[in-house]
Design a protein around this ligand. Structure first.
Ligand SMILES: [Zn+2]
Length: 108
């Protein structure tokens, strides 16, 4: 049985799929357009940096650590992604993250 997503595209099964590359590319383009800040350190990102070994280069970050996203559809969902600096992303690794939805509300 083949399940289709709303877009009519069969869910992918691999980890490094063409779909993921596409999602990442589109997410980067969108982040650059919105000039999104790093979701980890909240500083601006220089989207003109293209050297992928540069510490401050843009990198797509998974809000949910990939090792914990056992469902590939979660890890490829743009809603689970955020812009980040390469070095912030590396530093954080797979440690749990407070999801950044803007300013936290006052103590509940
Ligand atoms: Zn950062």
């Amino acid at each position: 049985m083949t399940r289709l997503t709303a877009g009519g595209i069969a869910p992918s099964t691999g980890r490094s799929t063409r779909n993921w590359r596409k999602v990442k590319k589109e997410f980067r383009a969108k982040s650059a357009e919105l000039n999104s800040r790093c979701g980890i350190c909240h500083q601006t990102i220089d989207y003109s940096i293209t050297n992928t070994t540069d510490e401050m280069v843009y990198e797509t970050d998974h809000i949910y650590a990939r090792s914990k996203a056992d469902n590939i559809r979660i890890s490829e969902d743009p809603a689970g992604l955020q812009a980040s600096h390469r070095h912030c992303n590396r530093k954080r690794g797979n440690s749990p993250l407070k999801v950044s939805l803007g300013r936290p509300s006052e103590a509940w």
